[in-house]
Design a protein around this ligand. Structure first.
Ligand code: GLA
Length: 392
């Protein structure tokens, strides 16, 4: 994936907003890939994401008239909005993400001076489940705070960006995406306990193996309503389990043994399977970090496979496209593990592939996936990059 050409972006900024290069600041926030720990964040469990090297570049310059200009090299829609009237408008499409962040920043009491102009350049395919929305939210929060001389605490920024998405955009996502995008570090994955936001940067040393992202290019369609439905099922499980654990707040607090001993309390069979996925997936994250710290990539690959199988059979968020891609990936020699990443229902897979097998992987998985679904896949061999930062 090509990184933005900064000289050309500055020219486009000046064409749109006038003036000279003076005063333009440039920030970047990555996308993310989750290595394991899916649908655990809103249950207070562990996740294990990593920041990508590609994401969203933002050019910003201060104004004095109390307005903000929003534009993107990815979409024709652009606008100028008065800072006094920042409200959700479905016609504003992508601009609702930065608007939500601006409103959260102002509600949190941050003075944004006399306004600003922004030009974004997104390098993440939209709707692919690689957190293009968290990336634009976090780069906006970080850049506007820094531009106006406020502290840039990246844990607080992740929380604020999640609030913007929950309350302004209306998607009830967990904290994983915003946290990874804000706090990633080159060549490290983030072991995050979503309940307390305690985290550890774990060096991701994969020797001759590469992380390969496969984009199914399947539109995520009903993803948001299904996502909220899963959240509801987890809440139902907690209510049922309170018969044995009266103080239980989040499903992620239970160990697999505790759940096994009490799962008969969950009345609905589907809800029982959802709970089993969540609790066992959290345990798989714990075990993944253990095996990776010993350099046992084979064991990590098996955990990735088990994660996908559980998301397919127990949590039911994969779908034919993700399953076809994962099946094809696992049949290629040199692949240690393959799973969906992100919310599911389309989007991307992530596979651990020997460097000598990457070309065969692209060819064979691409061909078998097209045969199975009629869709054309895209592949990205990924490096782990930094979280949000100022680049100029
Ligand atoms: C989406 C959400 C995250 C997380 C994942 C599933 O990416 O934004 O908060 O719930 O799905 O693990």
């Amino acid at each position: 994936m090509a990184m933005a050409d900064l000289a050309s972006l500055k020219r486009q900024f000046i064409e749109r907003y006038g003036g000279t290069e003076a005063g333009i600041r440039i920030y970047h926030a990555p996308g993310r890939v989750n290595l394991i720990g899916e649908h655990t964040d809103y249950n207070g469990g562990y996740v294990f994401p990593a920041a990508l090297t590609f994401g969203t570049t933002m050019l910003v310059r201060a104004r004095t008239d109390g307005t903000m200009g929003l534009a993107s090299t990815n979409f024709p829609l652009a606008g100028r909005i008065d800072l006094k009237s920042v409200t959700y408008d479905p016609d504003d499409e992508w601009m609702n993400y930065p608007k939500g962040v601006v409103r959260e920043l102002m509600q949190a009491g941050f003075d944004l001076g006399g306004g600003f102009d922004i030009l974004y350049c997104g390098e993440i395919p939209n709707g692919a489940g690689l957190s293009s929305s968290a990336s634009i939210e976090v780069v906006t929060a970080y850049g506007l705070l820094e531009l106006n001389g406020h502290p840039t605490d990246t844990v607080e920024i992740a929380k604020l960006a999640q609030r913007a998405e929950n309350e302004f955009v209306g998607v009830k996502c967990g904290i994983m995406d915003q946290f990874a995008v804000a706090n990633g570090r080159r060549n490290h994955a983030i072991l995050l306990l979503c309940d307390t936001l305690e985290y550890e940067l774990v060096p991701f040393e994969s020797g001759p193996y590469r992380l390969v992202i496969g984009n199914t290019n399947k539109r995520r369609g009903l993803a948001d309503s299904k996502y909220n439905e899963r959240r509801g099922e987890c809440e139902q499980a907690v209510r049922d389990l309170r018969a044995a654990f009266p103080d239980l707040g989040l499903l992620g607090r239970l160990t697999p043994d505790e759940l096994r001993a009490h799962e008969h309390l969950i009345g609905n069979e589907t809800v029982r399977r959802r709970a089993r996925h969540v609790v066992e997936e959290i345990d798989r994250v714990r075990r993944s970090v253990e095996v990776l710290k010993r350099g046992d990539l084979e064991a990590f690959g098996r955990l990735m496979n088990a994660s996908h199988d559980s998301l397919r059979d127990l949590y039911e968020v994969t779908g034919p496209e993700l399953d076809a891609m994962v099946d094809a990936a696992r049949s290629v020699p040199g692949v240690l593990g393959s799973r969906m990443t992100g919310a599911g229902f389309g989007g991307c897979t992530v596979s651990l592939v020997h460097e000598d097998a990457v070309e065969a992987f692209r060819r064979e998985v691409g061909a078998r996936y097209r045969e199975a679904t009629g869709l054309t896949a895209d592949f990205y061999v990924c490096s782990i990059g930094n979280g949000v930062e100022r680049i100029e």
